[in-house]
Design a protein around this ligand. Structure first.
Ligand code: MN
Length: 357
């Protein structure tokens, strides 16, 4: 068997999981170079690595295996131009169908729920935004990622061994930034679903990244007057208005679900062994349910997005005091993150704050 490698070795070199390699063999696009008739073990040749990379890249472009097979036979850039054209037309048809589907929904039937709609301000408000993320004194890596722009804020708390958690939270942030343009609240749900897909695709095609995932709490600004919040996992968004702090998001953890079902008090939940087990995360499967909430903004509102490394170590009263007492959003995020990492907590700590002026 000289010159050949096992499916495990080929998987490690190509970054494609054995399952994916088997799918490609079944699809007829990348056959093993040899199969041992006694053991049924499959062997691949190093010469197949460039094809493996090409096939996987075409899969990421959404090309079905049957089309990839044709492309491997006719390796011209014209094939790719044709596929690009198809992708554009297909996206337009899907958008048209979604617009028709929207008209078919009964009025008011939408995932988006509003808070204080009567108070909505029509004129554009000025947002001042700042963020900070820290590894903290205990962890080796910072698996949190943040987005802190005037149009989009986000905190993502990644998980997975080695570098995988960082990759997951960074992919989620990049996908959210790429999809959200501020035109519609629907975009934020779409942004988190796109992030979910991007992470799942990457994790399922790379043996080293399997099992990676991330939370994401994102807040986008519509017309300078409304905040739309999308949440999956246990990062949080808080709003300080008129001196009162409220949580705008629901934690998707086992313990929080038990509190909502009335089976645990919130004090019991804080000490529950499953308090950190997530019931929803981005990248775990092909589908994810995103909570979307709209909050019309008012002059003087202060918003904080943070990872669990902050809110498990900084009590709500302190968060309210810092948000209300800081002159700038940068001072607010510096203060809450400092408190989180000096409190003895062992997690990464991240916060993004917006002051509405
Ligand atoms: Mn965390």
């Amino acid at each position: 068997m000289s010159g050949l490698m096992s499916i495990g070795e080929f998987s490690a070199l190509s970054g494609l999981s054995p399952k994916r390699l088997r799918d490609y063999a079944v699809g007829g696009v990348l056959m093993p170079a040899a199969v041992d008739p006694d053991t049924a073990y499959r062997y691949y040749s190093a010469k197949q690595l460039p094809d493996a990379e090409l096939i996987d890249t075409l899969r990421q472009a959404g090309m079905p295996l049957s089309e990839i097979k044709q492309t491997l036979r006719n390796r011209s850039s014209q094939r790719l131009d044709e596929w690009a054209q198809y992708v554009r037309v297909d996206a337009e048809l899907r958008h048209d169908a979604l617009a028709r589907a929207r008209k078919l929904l009964p009025a008011g039937d939408t995932e988006v729920r509003g808070v204080d709609e009567s108070k909505g301000a029509n004129m554009a408000l000025q947002l001042h935004v700042a963020g900070r993320t820290e590894t903290g004194p205990v962890r080796e890596n910072n698996e949190d990622a943040i987005v802190a722009t005037e149009q989009l804020m986000a905190v993502a708390d990644g998980m997975g061994g080695h570098e995988a958690g960082e990759i997951a939270s960074a992919l989620a942030s990049a996908a959210a930034v790429a999809v959200f343009t501020g035109k519609s609240p629907d975009e934020l749900g779409a942004a988190l679903r796109a992030a979910n897909w991007a992470i799942w695709e990457r994790a399922s095609s790379n043996a080293n990244l399997q099992g990676m995932g991330t939370t994401m709490c994102a807040a986008g600004v519509l017309d300078g007057a409304t905040l739309v919040i999308g949440n999956v996992g246990d990062s949080r968004a808080y709003l300080l208005r008129d001196g009162a702090l409220r949580t705008l998001t629901t934690d998707h953890t086992v313990a929080a679900e038990l509190v909502r079902q009335g089976k645990l008090t919130s004090d019991e939940a804080a000490a529950h062994p499953h308090r950190r087990l997530l019931t929803r995360a981005l990248g775990v499967g092909t589908n994810v349910t995103v909570d979307v909430t709209c909050v019309p903004l008012l002059h003087g509102d202060r918003v904080l997005l943070c990872s669990d490394g902050v809110f498990t170590n900084v009590p709500d009263d302190d968060i309210a005091a810092v948000l209300g007492g800081s002159e700038t959003p940068q001072m607010a995020v510096n203060a809450v993150v400092d408190r989180a990492i000096t409190s003895g907590g062992d997690d990464n700590a991240s916060a993004v704050a917006a002051f509405v002026g």
